[in-house]
Design a protein around this ligand. Sequence first.
Ligand code: IVH
Length: 669
Amino acid sequence: MNVEERILELRRELNRHNHNYYVLNDPEISDLEYDMMMKELEALEKENPELYDSLSPTQRVGSDLTKGFGHVVHERPMLSLANTYSIDEVDEWFDRVKKGLEGQEFEITGEMKYDGTSISLTYEGGRLVRAVTRGDGTQGDDVTANVKTIRSIPLVLQPGDWPEKFEIRGEILMPWKVFDELNKEREYNEEPLFANPRNAASGTLKTQDPREVAKRKLDAIFYYLLSDDLPFDTHYDNMEAARKWGFKVSGEMKLLHSVNEVDAYIGYWDVARKELPVATDGLVFKVNSLQQQLNLGYTAKSPRWAVAFKFNPENACTKLRFVSFETGRMGIVTPVANLDPVLLSGTIVKRASLHNADIMRELDIHENDWLYVEKGGEIIPKITGVDKSRRNQDSKPVQFVSRCPVCGTPLVNKEGDAAWICPNKYGCRPQITGRIEHFCARRMMNIDGVGEETADLLYDKGLVKTPADLYDLTKDQLSILDRFGDKSAERILNGLESSRLVPFERVVYALSIPNVGETTAKRVAKSVKNMERMQSMSIEELQSIPDVGPVVAQGIHDFLRDPVNMENIRRLSEAGLQMSLGDDKMSSAGTALEGDSIVISGTFRHHSREEYKDMIEAYGGKNVGSISKKTSFVLAGENMGPAKYDKCQKLGIPIISEDEFLQKLGIKS
Ligand code: IVH
């Protein structure tokens, strides 16, 4: 086989495995085998640039910055659907169809109405050529580069009877699980939360950096095929064909034959939809036969052959107990409605954020008010209004506080910004302990054992006020703390020790610079290369970093010129933290594991799994998920799984204990 044939074979195979994994949820090979094939393809493509293909499986990661989106006129306009909100209205639509078809037999497809952002994909010769958003229905944004990063979208189709040219429409979605994780991270970074997966999906799709999109794990489900030569004459059969070509098509799609079956479908999914991994806001019913669709035609806005049934968002009315004001790590004060508990969409709701002073004022909340709480596509309960008829005549409006609820400092607010902030950065407890906790968290310095409680304790005992103080802690100081034994003290000291290997970009993130989340920290670190340079940069220079706007630049600039922060950074640098970008991230640690593929298994005493992963990387090794012939050794803690143990025995892979491993790296003698 020559190189070209091998490249084509690898692309074909990787496309097939990708489809098995992301669409069918049924992988045939291990992640490791997949990675090995991908590596081989990457290497071959690098050596043979003339065989480049923009749709190769290697091109999913997202390429360089795309500036702005081009506009594309839809070949066929993207219409919307007529909405109904009751079973009766759907039944009326069914009767209109029946009448319109003058007594012909007909079938209806029932399917989910996915709540994401709509997309139109064009394929030619089985290859994706363009992805366009709905826009105004007539023209949309060309988001091809972003869409290519969505793993469940086939770039090249599976072999099949697909038309030479066709368009397929569907919904780009952010699964609930991904949405929850993203919001948790944003909440933590005190960034504005996405209200629902729909906003998150459309926000992500409009992001100007495909690499960022690639990380957000979007999904896509398709529901409409358009072409001059469709393979079948019914919607259902065409969608089933599309499924075979590699698209994710709603598994809930069903053929219905009577108004009773339609009603039963609604009754079933009204409840069952809550178990689906993605958000839905209703159901869509379509006449199945394409000929009958043509006969029924369109109104000015929407097809007569289809209708949407929208689920009611779940809401309740409950009594406000009190509004609490909470100060976060960045000093932002957030009002929170504390409610009489109510059951909404299967969870008990006791608290709902009122976000900021502006939103609180708009809602016009008075003491003891009855509030409407809603939880539709939203996971975070939302206060949508007040039942004023139940308000006590003499109850007073709830006022936003003028002082910090914790330290009493008068709050400040920047012109045009809804947030009120406690400026007492170095004297206000939740801000201080919040910064320590943030600094130690897994994605920052990863200091195992220092969470919220320990950060509070260390502060209350007067041991730690700034992250730099952590590096002066001694075992004796830690061991005498309440609830602390030798073991937990050692764990923290070990964590502090390994944090010296944590790469510069995570150090930047760990510092709690205003508006600098994980992504911005990475970008800034990569661009400035070291702390010294970052400290000397002007606001204008900082603004020239991609994605750093005037607000972020000002924040970084002021933070680095604050004497308290300057001292903290100086001491952290003295403690041995990475204050510049390593040649190859953390390569400074050593080369003891150069070229090794290492599997981690079991539970550990001295360091966490995450720390071992970091160490492997730092010493030039690679942490892999499953054992194969190519595994160099298994780093085994306690309770290594018996299947893994057997596999090692069979393949003759060495098993190394935690202590042996640390000795190998020269960390322990
Ligand atoms: S069919 C001409 N099917 O709902 C009919 N649309 O208001 C084309 N949607 O913009 C649409 N799930 O974004 C159809 N199973 C489904 C759908 C669906 C969600 C969205 C789509 C469209 C909007 C219609």
